[in-house]
Design a protein around this ligand. Structure first.
Ligand SMILES: [Zn+2]
Length: 294
């Protein structure tokens, strides 16, 4: 047995715990690790749970078989008072032994190792105003994915609605995507030696959540409708068509817009135009005769 595998810590009890308290703590921890409680786990996660369960059960066995011996082994300095609640010590203090250590590097949510500092942004656009929430924490891969995916999915649905919200949302979604990508490359969380931890359920990937698609599909539909509406065809000179004077040059315009005159005839030269012609424009070898409206 390794010196580091302290069975009291593995079961999650203080050094002075009674046999009843140890049994209760073991049952709680075993329930938490049971595969039925983790129906969506992949094989790797199930193996991790199995390992944690075997550490837990072995530790419980040791405490049940030889509680006082374990106390002497792991807490030699306390062996004289073993099992005794000191006078004046409250039950709360008696139970205050930490379930797991919180070293600088552990996940703040579950106590696992392999954690990093990471941040996510959530935004809800409300036309004029917007609500932004941030989370910054030291998290293991699974806890970070659990939180980050929720933030990203929320932002993808609710972040766009408003002018300022729309613009800032692009940056928030990029920032979240970068953070999630960094998290994805983390090694899986592991419990510190002799400890049991329960990382959060990472949940489904962002784009496997139906809500994440609402806004992108809506935008795609708007773009498709915009593209299918024909733009006004460019105007060309033609008999019966209208013209306007734009910065000194005659240009063809739609007759439904303000115009200067209309084309009466297409001829080979200005001289061939009708006598009433006010002006003419020559393009591509054709002369268009123009009558001004007034
Ligand atoms: Zn965690």
């Amino acid at each position: 047995m390794s010196q580091i595998n302290n069975p009291f810590i593995a079961v999650g009890v203080g050094k002075d715990a009674t046999a009843e308290e140890i049994s209760a703590a073991w049952r709680t921890a075993a329930k938490r690790l049971h595969p039925d409680r983790h129906p969506n786990s992949n094989r790797e996660e199930l193996e991790r749970l199995t390992t944690q369960m075997s550490i837990l059960n072995a530790s419980y066995q040791l405490l049940r078989d030889d509680l006082e011996g374990m106390r002497r082994t792991f807490y030699p300095e306390n062996s004289v008072n073993a099992g005794a609640q000191r006078p004046g010590e409250s039950a709360a203090q008696f139970r205050a032994a930490p379930v797991h250590p919180s070293p600088e590097t552990a996940c703040q949510a579950c106590g696992s190792m392999n954690a990093i500092n990471v941040g996510f942004v959530g935004q809800v656009g409300m036309l004029i105003t917007r609500r932004v929430s941030n989370v910054e924490a030291r998290l293991c891969k699974f806890c970070a994915q659990s939180i980050g995916r929720r933030y990203q999915s929320l932002t993808l649905v609710q972040g766009w609605w408003g002018l300022i919200a729309f613009l800032s949302n692009i940056f928030y979604i990029l920032a979240n995507a970068l953070a999630l990508n960094k998290v994805r490359r983390l090694p899986n969380p592991v419990a510190p030696l002799g400890f049991v931890t329960s990382p959060s359920d990472p949940g489904r990937a962002v784009m496997k959540r139906p809500l994440s698609w609402v806004a992108p599909i809506l935008f795609a539909a708007v773009l498709a409708i915009g593209a299918s509406t024909d733009p006004a065809p460019p105007q060309t000179f033609s008999v019966g068509g209208c013209v306007s004077m734009d910065q000194g040059s005659v240009t063809p315009v739609s007759c439904s817009t303000p115009h200067l005159g209309f084309i009466t005839e297409a001829t080979s030269s200005y001289q061939a135009c009708p006598a009433t012609t006010d002006n003419a424009v020559r393009t591509l070898g054709v002369t268009y005769c123009i009558d001004f409206d007034q």
